[in-house]
Design a binder for this molecule. Structure first.
Ligand code: ARG
Length: 576
């Protein structure tokens, strides 16, 4: 239920009636602790001043003219100029009943759109490292949320599987006469990549050979393509393992890497020249954009073709936008790429706009994110300064979770222990990532990740299992019960309003892609439940009607936790 939106709508109607502009914003928020109300309007003062009216008088008039519908019980004014809204308990009770037996908790679907989400996108011949956690985990959450809201979501794993690095790797493999590539693991392949890079940087002959190899590969030479395919497959096999253990919805069918666009590049380059967007300079083909200048105020160019006629990362991304717009006919493209590529992506979008590759009904968003740091505020790496492999990190979290579980219950069955520690360990890393504001850097801290109390997944998973066991103990078959939910005190009302806000939260994230809002919400809901359970009787409540009502209330909470965590790609456990 979007109560906030409904109150805002009615308030705006009243504001317009009293002379305000159509686009005015009464700024409806959940009431601060100071106010006794459920919602409040914070934007009245500003509008009154703009209209040159006495703020308090104006607020009174606005309040009087608001249609309470069946949602609000009363509206009051408080100093200096706030409007306070009190939601009707009857309305809340009815809405809760609508939620309880509905699979999607009565959350409305949005107008269906075709949304391409470009996320994870690791590079070939390299292990996925801790840096890939953000794009992979945040991207997957948004994909789940958008699908839940009824959209047609197209996952695209834009892997780095085309480009000059293959010239080096293939040359190295041929030069050293390395056989049996199929049996090679990613470890060895990554090593070869590094060695070939050193050769490339230090030996002119190797550089020349690598460039020749690359051209051969681009010209579809069978032998070269054969090696390339092997290199790609070795990497993908490892990535698949990570997606599986991390419960990421990306599958092989979602791979649409850089190589997918290889046959479109020539046309894009000649089209950009024809449209006078790109021009030749020193053998290269470059696009100069007025909007983008360097520190000296000079126009900065985006190279789309090298002297040797090979293309670049940028050329592929332009072709990719064109494809997503003209062929896929997407309404929205969302990129989850780190903040360092912000300017680059802006340039690519600008070029695509100029070339008229972007359909009118397509919007493009770059949801960037910061870096994961260590305790010393430096990028998170191993002690020797190497990147941390994502797989190792996940394994470590599972191992640590195992210890925590054993501490609580050392008689636990081994199979259950393994299953539970995986759910907890994977959930903890994902949740820690998702609970941070994606735009900011964050410090990776094991102690905080696996804390039993506080804003962690374990805490929420634990609340879920507690509710589950209360409901089980009650032996009440809720489906057969006729008694309805009744709100008997202010805390029940508060928790109920929080429950009804779930839809608002999901909708907010679909607009701005900040999953930490959902984490905070689930954490607060779980801790509200715990506090409520400490203060009030549930199982031992003597009044049968109240007992049933409370059981129904906590059942909805558990459903929200389950759905909420599943949207974050985290599993729940019935018993911890
Ligand atoms: N492979 C790239 C990297 O690791 C990310 C690709 C993101 N997607 C894109 N369309 N450029 O930096």
């Amino acid at each position: 239920m979007k109560i906030k939106e409904k109150i805002a709508k009615e308030t705006i109607k009243s504001l317009i009636l009293n002379g305000a502009n159509k686009n005015c914003d009464p700024i409806i928020i959940k009431s601060s602790k100071k106010q006794k109300s459920d919602y409040q309007a914070n934007g009245i003062m500003k509008i009154a001043i703009k209209l040159k009216k006495n703020p308090k008088e104006f607020a009174k008039k606005i309040a009087k003219n608001i249609n309470k519908k069946n949602i609000l019980k009363k509206i009051t004014i408080s100093n200096p100029c706030f409007i306070n809204f009190f939601v009707s308990s009857k309305f809340i009770e009815k809405e809760l009943e609508n939620m309880i037996f509905c699979k999607r908790l009565n959350i409305k679907k949005q107008n269906k759109k075709k949304i391409v989400v470009d996320y994870s996108s690791p590079n070939i011949a390299k292990n996925m490292h801790v840096g890939h956690l953000r794009s992979t985990v945040i991207g997957d959450t948004i994909v789940r949320i958008m699908e839940f809201l009824g959209h047609n979501v197209i996952r695209e794993n834009h892997i780095g599987d085309w480009g000059h690095q293959y010239g080096m790797i293939i040359t190295y493999i041929k030069e050293k006469n390395i056989k049996n590539i199929s049996k090679m693991n990613l470890e060895k392949l990554e090593n070869i990549y590094k060695k070939s890079k050193t050769m490339f940087d230090n030996f002119e002959y190797f550089k020349k050979k690598s460039k020749k190899s690359l051209i051969k590969m681009y010209k579809n030479n069978k032998k070269y393509i054969y090696i390339w395919k092997k290199i790609v497959n070795i990497t993908l096999l490892e990535n698949k393992k990570i997606y599986k253990i991390l419960n990421i919805t990306l599958k092989s069918k979602h791979i649409k890497g850089e190589s997918f666009y290889k046959n479109m590049l020539k046309d894009v380059i000649s089209d950009l020249i024809k449209k006078k967007i790109a021009k030749k300079k020193n053998g290269k083909i470059i696009v100069y954009l007025k909007k983008f200048k360097n520190k000296l105020g000079k126009k900065m160019g985006v190279i789309i073709q090298n002297e040797d006629k090979t293309f670049l990362y940028s050329t592929i991304d332009i072709a990719c936008i064109k494809h997503r717009s003209k062929i896929i006919k997407a309404n929205k493209i969302i990129y989850y790429i780190d903040y360092r590529q912000k300017r680059y992506l802006k340039q690519i979008i600008e070029i695509s706009k100029k070339a008229k590759y972007i359909n009118k009904n397509l919007s493009i968003h770059h949801y960037e994110f910061g870096t994961i740091l260590n305790k010393k505020n430096k990028p998170f790496m191993t002690r020797k300064g190497k990147t941390i492999k994502l797989y190792d990190l996940i394994k470590k979290s599972i191992k640590k979770s195992k210890k925590i579980i054993l501490k609580k219950n050392n008689k636990i069955n081994k199979k259950i222990l393994n299953k539970t520690s995986k759910i907890i360990g994977v959930g903890a890393i994902k949740y820690f990532e998702l609970s941070k504001n994606r735009k900011k850097n964050y410090i990776f801290n094991w102690k905080k990740i696996l804390k039993l109390y506080g804003n962690t997944s374990i805490y929420i998973q634990y609340a879920y299992s507690r509710i589950f066991s209360i409901i089980k103990k009650s032996k009440i078959n809720i489906k057969k019960i006729k008694d309805k939910i009744i709100i008997t005190n202010s805390e029940e009302k508060k928790i109920s309003i929080k429950i009804l806000q779930f839809e608002e939260i999901i909708n907010d994230i679909s607009k701005n892609s900040y999953p930490h809002i959902l984490c905070n919400y689930l954490y607060n809901l779980s801790s509200n439940f715990s506090k409520f359970y400490e203060k009030y009787y549930i199982l031992s409540e003597k009044n049968k009607k109240i007992k049933i009502s409370r059981i129904k209330l906590i059942l909805i909470i558990s459903k929200i936790i389950k759905i909420g965590l599943s949207l974050l790609g985290i599993k729940t456990i019935k018993k911890i």
